[in-house]
Design a protein around this ligand. Sequence first.
Ligand code: NAP
Length: 259
Amino acid sequence: MDLGIRGKRALVCASSKGLGRGCAEALAEAGVDLVMNARGREALEQAAQEIRDRFGVTVTTVACDVTTPEGQEQLIEAAQGVDILVTNAGGPPPGMWTDWDREDFIRALDANMLSPIALIKALVPGMMERGWGRVVNITSQSVKSPIPQLGLSNAARAGLTGYVAGTSRQVAPSGVTINNLLPGIHDTDRAASLDDGVSKKEGISAGDARKKREASIPARRYGTPAEFGATCAFLCSQHAGFMVGQNVLLDGGAGNQTM
Ligand code: NAP
């Protein structure tokens, strides 16, 4: 299917690896020029070059921390005039509800709620003026099925979800859609570190922790960054213009719910 976005430009945050990289690749395959971002410059430059070589699109890189005001400033400057924004950042650490104090919550809110909101506020007005835009926020299955040990993530992502619910309906008349993409477990470094945590807690190997988790998913496997990216590219396509303010779950059936 032609996604109808060839020649458009996208900012994809936190995209040298994992789900962000999957989104960057799928958009590049659809002919979209990219601004890519991560903190680590070496992996970012390597990912950008691989994407240029494979898909022939223009890729600009911005090595910075998307969760800081300085990082956001750099990204906003490099991304002036973009048609598509994919927000993303690393997820907060797991723990017990008694572990976290105010500073932990502020860090989680900065990373997974206030950073996407700052980028939306800076880049969506231009999209509205031009009459077309797409925003996809990478959130988590925890929005629909909160995960007990990920209380920081549950809290911050619930805040972003509420903001998007209202904002998406305010910008839709100008041809801009904002939707959230909710990963269940996917095969990335983040999943490996969560498996390591289970392995330590339960005294089993990381491989066994993964097998146990896979057995709990109806699809009996982890999702791939490529599958995730393909769904993101569809949400950014011409065909998804009537999808507004949705929370799209990609979890292999793990969440047993109808909404
Ligand atoms: P990942 O494998 O850890 O990928 C992280 C990518 O983001 C890397 O390119 C990393 O590069 C970059 N990054 C991390 N923090 C950054 C920051 N502050 N500023 C700029 N770039 C940053 O993570 P993932 O699995 O793709 O997950 C992406 C998001 O989805 C996370 O918020 C995660 O919590 C959420 N999620 C993931 C899963 C899953 O199963 N994978 C499930 C539910 C939710 P640098 O380290 O060089 O900055």
